[in-house]
Unconditional design. Structure first.
Ligand SMILES: [Fe+2]
Ligand SMILES: [Fe+2]
Length: 134
């Protein structure tokens, strides 16, 4: 069973960003399934590499969008993105160097890593963009 399920609860109300979040959900599920099924290291490494790359693409796109709309909390949001990127890069380095990471703790980490950020932070810019203040 998939670790994460996309639902309207995760929607930030911006179609392109929802689409990118869905892609991240897909990559995390793919990685989790590969780990849970005891797939070879190459599969995990490849999917995690893709996750790192796509994370950077997505964060850059969000920052661009926030900048375009004059979102007032851009700097704070960028800082959070930097922290999230560092965490996934660190995880990637662990996996690439062959360290064991239990699939349960990895799953919990990634779920929290993505969902918490969307619900607690991304929804704020979604709200701001949809209902501009002033
Ligand atoms: Fe996001
Ligand atoms: Fe974000």
């Amino acid at each position: 069973m998939a670790l994460l399920q996309w639902s309207e609860k995760l929607s930030v109300g911006v179609i392109e960003m929802d689409r990118q979040h869905q892609r991240l959900v897909q990559l995390i599920n793919h990685l989790y399934d590969a780990m849970a099924a005891g797939k070879g290291d190459d599969v995990k490494k490849q999917v995690l590499g893709e996750l790192v790359t796509y994370t950077k693409v997505h964060f850059a796109a969000e920052q661009c969008l926030m900048r375009e709309h004059g979102y007032p909390h851009l700097i704070d949001h960028e800082r959070l993105h930097d922290q999230l990127t560092a965490k996934v890069v660190e995880l990637n380095e662990k996996i690439q160097s062959g360290k064991m990471v239990p699939s349960v703790s990895l799953g919990t980490f990634l779920k929290d890593w993505l969902v918490t950020h969307i619900v607690e932070e991304d929804k704020k810019y979604g709200q701001y963009i949809r209902v501009p203040v002033g």
